[in-house]
Design a protein around this ligand. Structure first.
Ligand code: IPE
Ligand code: IPE
Ligand code: MG
Length: 248
């Protein structure tokens, strides 16, 4: 039986979040500069998006650039921004063909103007697509997001739009960048690193974590199927006992 046939289509995760890691090491293995790894990571982005669209996964969030990534050498940051612009432009036909809606989370307004323009245009062009929602985490970090949410809540309290008693978990979620999306049930990180690197700290509270040694440019549809099959084999207990969860 093929891997995709082993997936139970009725128990798909609604939202998958991925930390696309290992581009630099992939390039090094091939005796190339780091940017060559980023360029080759684009095909993995396409594969993961297409696989999710085909399966019927509703949301896919990809960590494309973290707030901390600004600390990389300037030429790498510049090359990543160029690649982002070119990729969004080149991938438009794939997004349209697969009925994918593009969204972004993160401090988008601090990205170079060219990136913002390209992004806003692609979001606008795909906004009526009804299949997968592909969310790019760009200039994103969870602590930044939580800090911004706290500032907005405080501002709404001081202007009497809110009272402290109104603060609930749902209210906090509604102030986050991800307010339009459900929390991810499955978080995948490639390249063997086992950390969250400031990714969706609030939203991943009960996500299943899947770590694979595969480097991002080698992460293809089959690798995504493996992660989903692994996810489907787990028992999600949410604090309860196994017996409670298995009550028929
Ligand atoms: C992930 O690959 C891509 C980004 C962070 C933009 P890396 O560039 O982190 O690759 P490694 O971890 O150095 O191999
Ligand atoms: C996390 O990867 C950020 C992205 C994938 C965009 P990094 O490679 O930057 O993470 P650390 O620094 O190794 O934790
Ligand atoms: Mg890395």
């Amino acid at each position: 039986m093929s891997l995709s046939d082993q997936i139970n289509k009725k128990r798909l995760p609604t939202h998958i979040a991925i930390i696309m890691d290992g581009n630099g090491r992939w390039a090094q293995l091939h005796g190339e500069q780091r940017i060559f790894g980023h360029q080759n990571g684009v095909s993995a982005v396409r594969a993961a998006s297409e696989a999710c669209a085909e399966l019927g996964v509703k949301f896919l969030t990809l960590y494309a650039f973290s707030t901390e990534n600004w600390a990389r050498p300037k030429h790498e940051v510049d090359a990543l921004m160029e690649l982002l612009v070119a990729t969004i432009r080149n991938e438009m036909p794939t997004l349209m063909k697969n009925n994918i809606q593009l969204r972004a989370i993160g401090d988008i307004h601090s990205l170079p103007d060219k990136c913002q323009l390209e992004l806003v245009e692609a979001i606008e062009e795909t906004k009526t697509n009804t299949g997968l929602t592909l969310i790019l985490a760009l200039n994103y970090s969870a602590r930044w997001e939580l800090t911004e949410a706290m500032k907005k809540i405080a501002a709404d309290i001081s202007s009497s739009l809110l009272a402290p008693i109104d603060i609930t978990e749902d209210l906090i979620s509604s102030y986050l960048e991800t307010s339009d999306f459900p929390d991810p049930e499955l978080m995948i990180r490639t390249s063997g690193e086992q950390r969250l690197s400031n990714y969706l700290l609030w939203q991943l509270a009960y996500a299943e974590l899947y770590f694979t040694p595969v480097l991002w440019p080698d992460f293809d549809k089959e690798e995504l199927y493996k992660a989903i099959i692994d996810f489907q084999g787990r028992e999600r207990r949410f604090g309860k006992t196994s017996e409670q969860v298995n009550v028929k």
